[in-house]
Design a protein around this ligand. Structure first.
Ligand SMILES: CC(C)(COP(=O)(O)OP(=O)(O)OC[C@H]1O[C@@H](n2cnc3c(N)ncnc32)[C@H](O)[C@@H]1OP(=O)(O)O)[C@@H](O)C(=O)NCCC(=O)NCCS
Length: 236
């Protein structure tokens, strides 16, 4: 679980399905992410997100507004296979695995800074938990709202690739993670006496997010046999 000033990011839950419907049935919101699939069942969409978490130790977070618990959208890390630009797993794509920071909100919640706020927290989490060599966002050239989010996050446009489900996408490269904080200066006896150790199961971080016990990556659980199935399934 991650917390920001206004938001909570947690793993999706089957109970999110009704809210997810608002997103996946909106042709405007889905225009650049595979489109609306008339037979798309939001419960299956949530189930697929959860399978990604199981396979990769990462996936879309559900983004909730803290003040009222409203489900706003999904923001998190997807894994692509660079050979085919299909979605896959760390184990099946091996050295061709490319983690992507992605975002999509229900349209009613655009224009409030929620996507950037959530993506900043998810990116800090990804750097911490996954340690990717390169973290990118894949954005259709015409998706100016999404490109603006990438710019706000300090990402830079690089090459263009062709995604299996939505065509051309500019690869926006995120800046490397900030260096780890410098070790504290040697402490005197008094300081040592009051020093607290960060908990293995949670703690406060410099970017204002808070992690809890279920935030660890589980990359080793990946199942290669899911790649072809995932590649054929609609709805990111
Ligand atoms: C891409 C997407 C997530 C962007 O959402 P967004 O709300 O425009 O992005 P942000 O969260 O960064 O919000 C920025 C806007 O909020 C405004 N804003 C209002 N209050 C704010 C606040 N407190 N803090 C920051 N910004 C605030 C900003 O001024 C900016 O407005 P502008 O669009 O008029 O310039 C959204 O358009 C979407 O879900 N699209 C469909 C899915 C999609 O295409 N995803 C991307 C796939 S690559």
């Amino acid at each position: 679980m991650l917390e920001t000033e206004r938001l909570l990011l947690r793993r999706p839950s089957p109970a999110d399905a009704e809210a997810v419907r608002e997103l996946v049935s909106d042709p405007v919101a889905m225009a650049f992410i595979g489109g609306v699939h008339p037979d798309s069942d939001p419960s299956l969409v949530v189930q697929r997100w959860l399978e990604r978490w199981e396979e990769n130790g990462c996936g879309p977070f559900s983004v909730l507004r803290r003040c009222d618990g409203r489900w706003l959208g999904r923001v998190g890390v997807l894994v692509w296979d660079r050979r085919t630009w299909t979605q896959g797993s760390f184990s099946s794509a091996a050295e061709f695995a490319q983690p992507e920071l992605g975002w999509a909100l229900v349209r009613e919640h655009w224009g409030r800074g929620y996507a950037t706020e959530a993506a900043r927290a998810a990116r800090a989490w990804a750097y911490r938990e996954l340690g990717p060599r390169r973290l990118v966002s894949l954005i259709a050239p015409a998706n100016t709202r999404s490109a603006a989010v990438a710019e706000r996050l300090g990402a830079r446009p690089r090459e263009t690739v062709t995604l299996f489900d939505s065509g051309a996408a500019v690869v926006w490269e995120h800046p490397p993670p900030p260096p780890p904080p410098a070790p504290p200066p040697p402490a005197g006896r008094d300081a040592l006496a009051t020093k607290t150790q960060p908990s293995r199961h949670g703690g406060c971080h410099r970017d204002g997010t808070v992690t809890r016990g279920d935030g660890r990556a589980m990359r080793r659980l990946a199942r290669p046999d899911r790649l072809s199935q995932l590649a054929l399934e609609p709805g990111r």
